[in-house]
Design a protein around this ligand. Structure first.
Ligand SMILES: Nc1ncnc2c1ncn2[C@@H]1O[C@H](COP(=O)(O)OP(=O)(O)O)[C@@H](O)[C@H]1O
Ligand SMILES: [Mg+2]
Length: 408
């Protein structure tokens, strides 16, 4: 095979294994004469502590031995991968008689390759060369900047029509920054906006773009998406946001497969600094991978009793999937008052947070923005609603510093 002629070069590898024979094999596959470094940890993930775990992301590759019947081990690696950023590849070495279901489970939590412990040096080299190759090849497509480590910001709502798409669109546009900035930010960020409100998605309306069938293609895709596919389904908007529209035809809410979402997020996080996702007002399985990777969630509501109650239920649900998920509550259609009315104090109590982001109701400008297909912050930045949306975006954006690119 061609791969056998190819030496793995300049790779930094973390090996987590208790077996000396594996350590020897890995050292052979990654010769130091080719500028590779192999750091060995004679341990298991379960026994590594937080700081040691974080170090994993500093490497190009993490090769680890795992007993897939050990729930503790699986949990340790799942928790680690949920906090994944950057493009470190995780290669598992596990039982030779591993069932397909178990292998899928490992892949589902984000392990890039699952190989049998009995694999020999040549086999390991071939499998890793293929993975490393797949990781490197797509880069020239977006060679106009460093590899991103995208922040995922889902936007959700306590009821339909409350203004989540308005918030998502304006937030995404504001996050672009740079010369076209709506707030002080020197460099331009790469931003994607995905409208996953599958049945009632209308984010495209605010940007005057039509569905290109991309989401439907994603739904119907039998294969995992790749960079080429991603480019074909996203539409560039002149403001600097790449948009995936919700499907124009009605589709069942459960349509998207979680594993497709997982892979899509992998690709997006490498290409964009920010990925803003308009979520449906419903609990569906495929939302889980989004929540697990979310940096922050924006929840749009008003302070009415039913909406606040629904917001509380949603927060509890989201936190079940991602315990530490920071949630920003955005109150739409309401103005903040100097003295807090009783119902606002009550809402803060129920939601266990101070309500910091308020967007006033302005039917005229909201309507104009839709008619013109322009985000409010671009069309009327000086209006009350424009200023409030920009302030909200700045507050959310400034807390979400984009991590420095990997320099190895
Ligand atoms: N603060 C606001 N003032 C007035 N109208 C608004 C405001 N926010 C949103 N709207 C309008 O309300 C309608 C529903 O908003 P949208 O963002 O589509 O809601 P959702 O995505 O939550 O269903 C849109 O026509 C939008 O222009
Ligand atoms: Mg919407």
């Amino acid at each position: 095979m061609e791969n056998n002629d190819f030496n793995l070069k300049s790779q930094s590898v973390l090996l987590v294994s208790e077996q000396g024979s594996i350590a020897r094999m890995v050292s052979d596959v990654f010769p130091s004469s080719e500028n590779n470094t192999v750091t060995e940890s004679a341990n298991t993930f379960k026994k590594l502590n937080g700081a040691a775990l974080q170090l994993a992301f500093k490497h190009d590759l993490v090769i680890f031995e795992i007993d897939s019947d050990d729930a503790g081990e699986l949990q340790a690696i799942e928790e680690l991968l949920a906090r994944r950023s950057g493009d470190t590849l995780f290669i598992a070495l596990t039982q030779n008689d591993l069932s397909i279901t178990k292998a899928r489970e490992l892949r589902k939590i984000g392990v890039d390759e699952v190989l049998p412990l009995s694999i020999d040096g040549e086999g390991l080299k071939a499998a890793i060369t293929e993975k490393v190759g797949a990781r490197i090849v797509p880069q020239p497509v977006f060679a106009n900047g460093p590899v991103a480590q995208g922040k995922i910001i889902p936007v959700t709502k306590s009821r339909g029509g409350i203004g989540a798409s308005t918030v998502a669109v304006n937030l995404a546009c504001a996050l672009v920054g740079g010369k076209r900035s709506f707030f002080r930010k020197k460099t331009e960020s790469r931003v994607a906006l995905l409208d996953f409100d599958l049945q009632f998605g209308n984010a495209n309306v605010f940007l005057d773009i039509e569905d290109n069938g991309g989401c439907l293609q994603l739904i119907e895709s039998a294969e995992q998406p790749d960079d080429h596919f991603l480019s074909s389904i996203l539409q560039k908007h002149s403001i600097g946001v790449d948009v995936l529209c919700a499907p124009a035809p009605m589709v069942p809410l459960q349509s998207i497969r979680s594993d497709l979402i997982e892979e899509l997020l992998n690709l997006l996080q490498r290409r964009y600094d920010y990925v803003v996702i308009d979520l449906p007002c419903a609990i569906v399985e495929w939302v889980e991978p989004i929540l697990r990777r979310a940096t922050k969630l924006a929840l749009v509501t008003d302070t009415s009793v039913p909406c606040v109650r629904q917001a509380r239920r949603l927060i509890d649900f989201y936190r079940e999937t991602n315990v530490g998920l920071p949630i920003e509550i955005i109150i739409n259609h309401e103005r903040q008052t100097l003295i807090k009315p009783a119902h606002v104090r009550e809402a803060e109590k129920v939601l266990e947070t101070k309500l910091k982001h308020w967007v006033p109701d302005n039917q005229k400008i909201a309507r104009n923005a839709v008619d013109l297909g322009q985000p409010v912050i671009a069309m009327k930045p000086k209006s009350d609603i424009g200023k409030a949306l920009a302030k909200m975006a700045e507050a959310l954006g400034s807390e979400l510093q984009v991590a420095a690119p990997k320099n190895n």
